[in-house]
Design a protein around this ligand. Structure first.
Ligand code: SAM
Length: 448
């Protein structure tokens, strides 16, 4: 007799009850806001489309529904059916890229009655029969709407593919250059030369394109796609809740003129937004020399007063070799450690540790992975209720897909809370708190 930990029938009942009760919670949140849940068929934006507009309770209810619906259908359908569908999943991004490059969503703007595929084909130079089949597959996955046979219109999901929407850039980069990289994952992991490497030059992406992502957008092929990648990064920030930072931490308790050093801060866009809500803060943006020059230009346009009043400084830094500006109140690292193997993370963290004063704090803003099995060392509040997977399964799948995306693009990784704490403890930090900031976590450390 095989040993199973669950009774499938009991799971079905529990999952249906969970879906029903969380759906009621979601409806209640909408009615509190005086709104209806927008129909998938509509092209209107809803009150909760941006992560920073979603309360913690609503976010939990949505991820519970996503997790439970996935688990329920995988429980009741035949395993062969489920696994075949999973194996065919690549057709979706392949089709999305065709529709995106053909600007179908742009052509359908303000046309609720839709357009016939022949007209869409004429506008895009594609074969009408093939384009129609791609749009039908996408509409069957709820992106676009087939209004009458062979006539397609936009819906809430396809509106994300309109070229002015930053998410369209993300869709483009992921379904194009990243997707091609992903198809080389198995080859990279089974070649003894690259199997255990942590170098971007040995990544699946490099295998696909002959250049790492760092150099791709300067290459003859990639240079045409650089603009789309910049747009993709904006889209990524919007979808993953970059605007949550002012809401996450207890910034209201921080003293006047507290200094936040954004290490590897790029343009300093995170601190720029934070200082809009908390002008009492001072900022230091540190990054590689050319990036710091770009950051200065960015702030000159976006917040020249902060420069004039010396509330922001721009200081070049190689964080692998140098110590950041000493004695800041906060050192902030967002989406830095996930680019690097442990040995380099230790260098970055040691350099920050050496810059810290006794009251300085380190804030690491990254995705925090959880195991797919219940973990007694992890706070129960962070784990999903039974019978869901404790890490919310399909409700937080992007974190785990992003981990593999980091492997594909850079040979790097996302980490669990335990991995972050271990890295920080090895370099002289003490873990204080994990602040829930939506999709990413904000980890706070002091000096050990
Ligand atoms: C993924 S981006 C994150 C940027 C920013 N923290 C954010 O959240 O948008 C990584 C950043 O690390 C910077 N970087 C890479 N190598 C560096 C180094 N050796 N020293 C300092 N900054 C570096 C890059 O220029 C880039 O701005």
């Amino acid at each position: 007799m095989p040993v199973t930990s669950h009774n499938g029938s009991a799971d079905v009942v529990a999952l249906v009850n969970l879906i029903s009760s969380t759906a009621q919670e979601i409806l209640a949140e909408y009615s509190k806001a005086g709104q209806e849940v927008p129909s998938l068929d509509s092209t209107d934006s809803g009150p909760f489309d941006a992560p920073e507009k979603v309360s913690a309770g609503l976010a939990k209810a949505i991820r519970t529904i996503e997790a439970a619906c996935g688990q329920l259908s995988f429980t009741v359908a035949s395993p062969g059916h489920v696994m075949t569908n999973k194996a065919y999943a690549f057709e979706e991004p392949a089709g999305m890229l065709v529709a995106l490059n053909a600007k179908v969503a742009d052509h359908l703007l303000d046309k609720p009655e839709g357009l016939h595929v022949d007209e869409l084909a004429q506008k895009s130079g594609l074969d009408g029969g093939k384009l129609g089949r791609i749009l039908r597959m996408l509409a069957t996955k709820h992106c676009f709407r087939e209004v009458t046979p062979n006539v397609f219109a936009n819906n809430r999901l396809s509106m994300q593919m309109v070229s002015t929407n930053p998410v369209s850039g993300l869709i483009g980069s992921m379904t194009d250059e990243a997707f091609r990289g992903g198809s080389h994952l198995n080859a990279a992991l089974t070649d003894p030369k690259t199997a255990s490497s942590t170098s971007a030059d040995d990544s699946p992406f490099h295998r696909a394109h002959g250049v790492s992502l760092f150099g791709f957008y300067e290459s003859p092929v990639g240079s045409k796609l650089g603009g789309r990648f910049v747009q993709a990064m904006v889209g990524w920030g919007e979808v993953t809740g970059k605007a949550m930072l002012p809401k996450v931490y207890a910034w209201e308790n921080v003293l006047e003129n507290a200094t936040l050093c954004d290490v590897g801060g790029s343009s300093g866009h995170m601190v720029l937004d934070l200082m809009k809500e908390y002008p009492k803060l001072k900022a230091i943006i540190q990054d590689l020399p050319p990036v710091v020059e770009q950051a200065k230009e960015f702030w000159t346009k976006e917040n020249p007063q902060a420069i004039e009043k010396q509330r922001v400084e721009f200081v070049p830094l190689d964080f692998l070799k140098e110590t950041p500006v000493p004695n800041c109140d906060f050192y902030y690292l967002r989406h830095i450690l996930h680019d690097w193997p442990n040995s380099d993370c230790q260098k970055i963290l040691s350099n920050i540790r050496n810059a810290m004063g006794p009251k300085s704090r380190l804030l690491i803003h990254e995705f925090v992975l959880q195991h797919a099995v219940r973990d007694t060392s992890e706070a129960a509040a962070n784990q999903a209720p039974e019978p869901l997977l404790p890490n919310y399964g399909m409700g937080r799948i992007r974190l785990y897909q992003q981990d593999i995306n980091m492997m594909v693009l850079f040979n790097s990784k996302e980490r669990t809370l335990q991995e972050f704490v271990q890295l920080a403890e090895q370099t002289g930090f003490k873990f204080e708190k994990l602040w829930d900031s939506g999709e990413a976590g904000l980890l706070e450390f002091t000096i050990a």
